[in-house]
Design a protein around this ligand. Structure first.
Ligand code: NAP
Length: 269
């Protein structure tokens, strides 16, 4: 079981939703958690909350889609607190419209935040992890990163890419024989507000996850060094369904409601 006492943890997009809950829990376990986000007000509020809980959370403004900002703020973390031991690539955005209804700008933003940012954060922290032979890379991908979903073309593409990047890095680290752990997380919908309005056809098999439950499972996976966390378990069936002919796969995705889940999407207001 990983000890987090005094470890430097970086959580991107950590002022709300899953990132916030994971940051608070990791800080409760004794880590010094640095949270990056784009709202100064939300960062200040989180720091205040942490102070009242007597846990260590430091907020830093950083738009993860800005490569230079990522490199600059990573250097700042190292100078102020030391090298990052756990990186949680969590920041994410969703457009929530069908492909042709999604503006070019939204598509670029989604790829920049959900995918490209992972390249920059990894480039920033991995060299020190490799040199110190210690670290943990956590990628918050999505169930939409293992199955394409109507209304989520840019989001699914960004999460498939994040998943692929994560897997390739895991392979490289394996070849390097370094003691750097990796965890990829693929949740179905969570009630954080990011996907407000979505519906599930079979709530017993595919429930909309409670954010506290999802965060607790993520922290547990980090502590146990679990390499892949897919939740709920039924999402694993995607891998089996892929053995079927594509038209059967598509028909079953329709049956399970995958292609209508986004019909009533509202997202964050
Ligand atoms: N909710 C779900 O159903 C679900 C399912 C599967 C996977 N996920 C993934 O889980 C992660 C967390 O999502 P969530 O549900 O907790 O959503 P959330 O509450 O909206 O959290 C996303 C966080 O990322 C921040 N962010 C957005 N753009 C950023 C940028 N350019 N630089 C830095 N921070 C940025 C947001 O800040 P602002 O609030 O200021 O915009 C917000 O704090 C995401 O990667 C998401 O794709 C979510």
């Amino acid at each position: 079981m990983k000890q987090l006492q005094n470890k430097i943890v970086l959580v991107t997009g950590g002022t709300s939703g899953i990132g916030r809950l994971v940051a608070i829990e990791l800080a409760r376990q004794g880590a010094l958690v640095v949270v990056w986000d784009i709202s100064e007000k939300a960062l200040a509020a989180l720091e205040q909350e942490a102070k009242e809980m007597h846990i260590s959370i430091q907020g830093m403004l950083c738009d993860v889609s800005d490569r230079e900002a990522v490199y600059r703020q990573s250097r700042e973390i190292k100078e102020r607190w030391g090298p990052v031991s756990v990186l949680v690539n969590n920041a994410g955005v969703v457009s929530g419209s069908t492909f042709l209804e999604t503006s070019d700008e939204k598509i670029e933003k989604t790829m920049a935040v959900n995918t490209m940012a992972h390249f920059w954060t990894l480039k920033a922290v991995l060299p020190d992890m490799i040199a110190r032979n210690e670290g943990h890379i956590v990628t918050i991908a999505s169930a939409a990163g293992i199955i394409g979903v109507t209304g989520l073309a840019d989001y699914s593409a960004s999460k498939f890419a994040a998943f692929g990047l994560h897997e390739a890095i895991r392979m490289e680290l394996r070849r390097l024989k370094k003691n750097i752990q990796t965890t990829v997380v693929c949740p179905f919908f969570i009630d954080t507000g990011m996907f407000a309005g979505v519906r599930t056809r079979f709530p017993l098999l595919l429930p909309i996850l409670k954010s506290e439950y999802a965060a607790q499972r993520i922290v547990q996976a980090i502590k146990r060094g679990k390499k892949r966390l897919i939740m709920p378990r039924f999402v694993y069936s995607v891998y089996l369904l892929r053995l079927l002919p594509v038209s059967w796969f598509d028909g079953l995705a329709d049956f399970f409601g995958v292609n209508h889940a986004m019909d009533h999407f509202k997202g964050r207001s």
